[in-house]
Design a binder for this molecule. Structure first.
Ligand SMILES: Cc1cc2nc3c(=O)[nH]c(=O)nc-3n(C[C@H](O)[C@H](O)[C@H](O)COP(=O)(O)OP(=O)(O)OC[C@H]3O[C@@H](n4cnc5c(N)ncnc54)[C@H](O)[C@@H]3O)c2cc1C
Length: 399
């Protein structure tokens, strides 16, 4: 049986690595001169292979798109299986405190080499510098026209990542493509209140997009360009489509301390009562940095040199509001450490997730970022590639 895998990335190579059978003639087509380029640069060169979340029911919560469909997929191959798979092939992985999983060597090249070696062991033909230009269904076979030749295959797997050209080919085959938009980005904001505060973090912040049901809590970071940190990145993933519709212009409301405004006001009144003769700016409160505390006092026009007893009830209310309901206008987005994924792709309704096969065209399969599946950062995007590749391999080996 002749199998074409279009795309030599994480999904394509993980699939090929498992197709050990003398009855299968497997070909990977990769348009670039080197395969697995994204794996190589991933995780800052360390490759965040997966995440130590071993319960599929919890794991799916990290996928803004694909969470329903991936439950059964992860039921068959999940992060624990990924860790075992690489360890069995001489690449042990380690779990960091934040649950992200990396090679013990902290070197993505080990993952790349392992995947290449396993494909070579299976006699997979790796066609580099060979872009697939057209896929035509012809009876029970597929004609594949590449930049170099024309081939016939029994089965075709699209593992071509976020590729406009591939989506156009798939559309021509009759599938619906959900319009791709970026996911995982930081918010650009020019505001005098944060101008001098890059590097300031807020471990328990809450970020809401005003007038939209989009909010997230977690750690927030002020950068030179605006706001970043998990609170923003996760929000950008869940709101990828809504924020694209807003053309990345919207207002956010930030709770820097994670307290309800009434609780914050009570705490400020308590501080006033207890520290009547102390300067308001002497110590920062609510685990905030001194720099931020001084800045927020200045914003609400409370003199840091004033004593607590001099601060009026109205000023305290302003301070509570600035700490818990501060509004900032966002104008645009930036990528996070060059790490971005695409929301959108092949419509999940048209895929049978028991096999990853097209419901419209028999013998056509999909894996990886080509699908309308994406996750927040933390190794989840690769995990989807490994699990989907595993399922297709099981199907093809047993055909
Ligand atoms: C900088 C960066 C860092 C990242 N770090 C992490 C991380 O640490 N952990 C994590 O989980 N996720 C990470 N991600 C996301 C992750 O890289 C992707 O989710 C993943 O690579 C998708 O794999 P894929 O195989 O679907 O697509 P890709 O890895 O993009 O591979 C698709 C391949 O198909 C080829 N191709 C496309 N069209 C054609 C064609 N017509 N003919 C032939 N070949 C074609 C492309 O050249 C490419 O090599 C990162 C992303 C970026 C950009």
């Amino acid at each position: 049986m002749k199998i074409a895998i279009i795309g030599g990335g994480a999904a394509g190579f993980f699939l090929g690595a498992q197709l050990a059978s003398p009855f299968l003639d497997v070909h990977i087509f990769e348009k670039a001169s080197t395969p697995l380029q994204k794996v190589k640069i991933s995780g800052g060169g360390r490759c965040n292979v997966t995440n130590a979340c071993f319960d599929p029911n919890i794991l799916v919560d990290f996928y803004p798109r694909g969470n329903k469909e991936l439950k059964s997929v992860f039921g068959r191959f999940q992060p624990g299986d990924t860790m075992g798979w690489f360890a069995d092939r001489g690449v042990p992985l380690k779990i960091q405190e934040d649950m992200r999983v990396f090679p013990v060597s902290d070197n993505s090249a080990d993952i790349v080499e392992c995947l290449i070696k396993e494909n070579q062991k299976n006699n997979v033909h790796i066609h580099l510098n060979e872009a697939v230009k057209r896929v035509i269904q012809s009876g029970h076979e597929f004609e594949i026209i590449t930049s170099k030749d024309l081939y016939l295959f029994d089965k075709v797997v699209f593992a071509s990542g976020a590729s406009k050209q591939a989506w156009q080919m798939i559309e021509k085959l009759g599938h619906r493509i959900i319009e791709p938009v970026p996911s995982l980005f930081t918010f650009n904001c020019k505001d005098s209140r944060i101008k001098d505060l890059p590097g300031t973090t807020f471990p328990h912040a809450e970020v809401k997009v005003k007038d939209h049901a989009l909010e997230n809590s977690g750690s927030l970071l002020i950068t030179h360009w605006g706001f970043s940190g998990p609170a923003v990145l996760v929000l950008s993933a869940w709101g990828a489509r809504a924020l694209a519709d807003l053309k990345y212009k919207f207002t956010i409301q930030i709770n820097f301390i994670g307290y309800h405004i009434d609780t914050a006001l009570d705490a400020l009144n308590e501080l006033k009562k207890k520290n009547q003769n102390q300067k308001v700016g002497k110590y920062a409160h609510f685990d905030l940095t001194k720099r931020f505390w001084t800045s927020v006092l200045n914003d609400v026009k409370i003199d840091p040199e004033a004593n607590w007893q001099e601060v009026s009830a109205k000023k305290l209310m302003h301070l509570a509001t600035a700490l818990t309901q501060a509004e900032f206008d966002i104008h645009g987005k930036s990528t996070f450490k060059d790490e971005f994924v695409t929301a959108g792709g092949v419509d999940l309704k048209e895929i049978d997730f028991k096999t990853m096969e097209s419901k419209l065209i028999p013998n056509l399969y999909f894996a990886g970022e080509i699908l309308n599946i994406d996750a927040v950062t933390g190794g989840f995007n690769f995990q989807a590639c490994w699990s989907e590749g595993f399922i297709i391999a099981e199907v093809l080996k047993n055909t």
